[in-house]
Write a new protein. Structure first.
Length: 374
């Protein structure tokens, strides 16, 4: 670094950037340094390190224009209330989270990385969702629809082949839905008043109809919240599919609903083998990596996490000591908490076609027989 400072050929701008990086990283503990460097270009992004009380302990110069051009201040009053609550939850649970965020008419993706007694906040420009992805998704849906028509023609002549064809169509639709929500152009979400217990009871019935060993642990009273019921149901079905695929043939599921503070928490608890250390480590962003394995880790967890984030919520995974894994999907109760959060999805285009969410989301987890004609 000294040779660059003494080199008159180096530009003042580059020297200024490196000075900023030096000041920001100077004296940080190792775990905080790790959190700051999660991305290769993280040092060039706006970053702030906040305490568990949400006080900004240090920030890069580029972060000052986003948050505040002062030292030692709170992000409360600057970031939306639900974002602040999510940061607190990430610190308490030691869980990474990415949230879409809009500040001063600029859209960001906020990466919250727990570190030490606080968290590193890394701001990245929001990924531009692509209209081309949506057009490609429409073509793939047409292909899946043609497969479903073929399955109808095969039902009498070859029911086994018909069921297999129907399952493959559902698998295509599952991947298309995940891809489109993450990368396609958004449409307005269908906000409405939702009954949490009724939602989970409907999911439970669909699982039991398909022979899945599942029960529900109900709260004492119904919990009402604002959200997009179809999207949240799809996220829960995705988490259930993960439990069934990773838990083994004898997996038993317990679905829970409870109110935690100002949020409703949906739980998917499995008594199977549980997720491996590698799966837990890589489930969030392996699909972004060049060494991603086909069929190993896909878009399911990022898809469910995106749905949680679109509601201003949080997705947590915990390994149970007695075996198995529990996933908690937490959604704020009040829509007014969501100011500045993302409000787009075009998932509904497919869901209105009459095909049940469970048929799509469980297509990688259950056998072919459930796709036989009724």
């Amino acid at each position: 670094m000294e040779t660059r400072k003494n080199n008159p050929d180096m530009s003042a701008d580059l020297w200024g950037i490196e000075t900023e990086i030096e000041v920001f990283f100077d004296g940080l503990p190792q775990d905080v340094l790790y959190a700051a460097c999660r991305g290769l270009d993280a040092p060039l992004r706006p970053m702030a390190y906040v305490s568990d009380q949400l006080m900004v302990l240090r920030q890069t110069d580029s972060c000052r224009s986003i948050l505040a051009d002062v030292g030692f201040y709170s992000v409360e009053g600057i970031l939306p209330d639900q974002v602040c609550e999510t940061i607190r939850q990430c610190i308490r649970t030691k869980t990474d989270q990415k949230l879409p965020l809009q500040l001063r008419e600029t859209r960001w993706e906020l990466h919250i990385v727990p570190a030490g007694q606080g968290a590193m906040l890394v701001f990245a420009p929001a990924v531009q969702q692509q209209a081309g992805v949506t057009m490609a998704a429409a073509r793939l849906r047409d292909c899946a629809q043609n497969l479903l028509f073929q399955a109808e023609d095969l039902d009498q002549e070859n029911p086994e082949k018909a069921a297999n064809t129907r399952q493959q169509a559902m698998r295509i639709l599952r991947q298309v839905n995940h891809m489109q929500l993450l990368f396609g152009t958004p449409e307005p979400m269908r906000w409405g008043e939702c009954q949490a217990c009724a939602m989970v009871q409907d999911i439970l019935q669909q699982l039991q109809d398909r022979g899945v060993d599942a029960v529900m642990r109900e709260p004492e009273k119904e919990i009402t919240f604002r959200g997009d019921e179809r999207l949240i149901s799809a996220a829960l079905m995705t988490l259930i599919s993960n439990s069934l695929r990773h838990g083994g043939a004898e997996t038993k599921l317990v679905l829970t609903v409870e109110q935690v503070g100002n949020s409703v928490s949906f739980g998917v608890l499995d008594y199977g083998l549980g997720l491996s250390d590698l799966a837990l480590e890589r489930m969030n962003d392996t699909w972004e990596k060049p060494d991603a394995l086909v069929g190993g880790w896909g878009l399911g967890v990022p898809y469910a996490r995106r749905i949680a984030a679109m509601h201003g919520g949080l997705l947590l995974f915990l390994r149970r000591q007695e075996g198995g894994t529990v996933a908690h999907l937490r959604i704020p109760l009040h829509i007014e908490d969501l100011e500045g959060m993302e409000s787009g999805s075009d998932y509904q285009t497919f869901l209105t076609s009459g095909i049940r969410i469970s048929d799509v989301e469980l297509s990688d987890a259950l056998g072919t027989d459930i796709y036989r004609a009724e």
